[in-house]
Design a protein around this ligand. Structure first.
Ligand SMILES: *[C@@H]1O[C@H](CO)[C@@H](O)[C@H](O)[C@H]1NC(C)=O
Ligand SMILES: *[C@@H]1O[C@H](CO)[C@@H](O)[C@H](O)[C@H]1NC(C)=O
Ligand SMILES: *[C@@H]1O[C@H](CO)[C@@H](O)[C@H](O)[C@H]1NC(C)=O
Length: 174
């Protein structure tokens, strides 16, 4: 009785060890991006700034789970559809924010469109389109850990042998 309990315990801890070594890092963290970087969310001032949000968006890869922080004064953020983005028309806006500090969570893959509710601001370039992608590509340098490779096997293999020896011992006693 005692021996079979020991045997069960042995396999249970082996299982736990496999779980721990296989589920190791792969830690993927969501990121928050401040829209426009240091410029924040504002009306572009001059002709050379009309593309400022397109330029900013081109420097970032947006993934599902990430979020955007809009910081602004006396302005608005409106989530619109593609038509609203291209026509600078927020009358069919999906959501409207004017609190000056708006965090939008990117929950789905695909394009998301934002404009200022002021059509004049929008036409000067205060609009943003981000393309959200679903999966983070794994970092090149660290392939996904497997329970039977690398350091993990040094722990798993001896314990596996030990468990089998114990199992055999137990079955001879019964
Ligand atoms: C845009 O033009 C202004 C002058 O109108 C200039 O001061 C500024 O450096 C320019 N910005 C860029 C990114 O070229
Ligand atoms: C706030 O924005 C509105 C519309 O863009 C403008 O008419 C008004 O002058 C602004 N107020 C301040 C204090 O900047
Ligand atoms: C926005 O589009 C609607 C039609 O969907 C139109 O009635 C309205 O005048 C437009 N607003 C602006 C500012 O162009």
């Amino acid at each position: 009785m005692m021996a079979s309990f020991l045997c069960f315990f042995c396999f249970a801890s082996l299982f736990t060890l496999v779980l721990i070594t296989s589920s190791a890092p792969a830690a993927v963290t969501a990121e928050e991006f401040k829209v426009g970087g240091d410029d924040g969310w504002r009306q572009p001032g001059s002709a050379n700034e009309t593309e400022m949000y397109a330029r900013w968006a081109a420097t970032v890869r947006f993934h599902v789970g990430d979020s955007l922080r809009f910081e602004y004064n006396n302005d608005t953020v409106v989530v619109v559809d593609k038509w609203g983005y291209y026509h600078c028309n927020s009358s069919h806006g999906i959501s409207v924010f004017n609190d000056g500090n708006t965090v939008i969570n990117l929950e789905r893959p695909g394009p998301v469109y934002f404009v200022s509710a002021d059509p004049d601001h929008c036409k000067k370039g205060q609009r943003l389109m981000v393309e959200v992608i679903s999966l983070r590509s794994p970092p090149d340098s660290s392939p996904a850990p497997s329970p039977f490779s690398g350091a993990g096997s040094f722990l798993v293999a001896p314990q596996l042998v030990f468990c089998y020896v114990l199992l055999i011992a137990v079955s001879f006693n019964m």
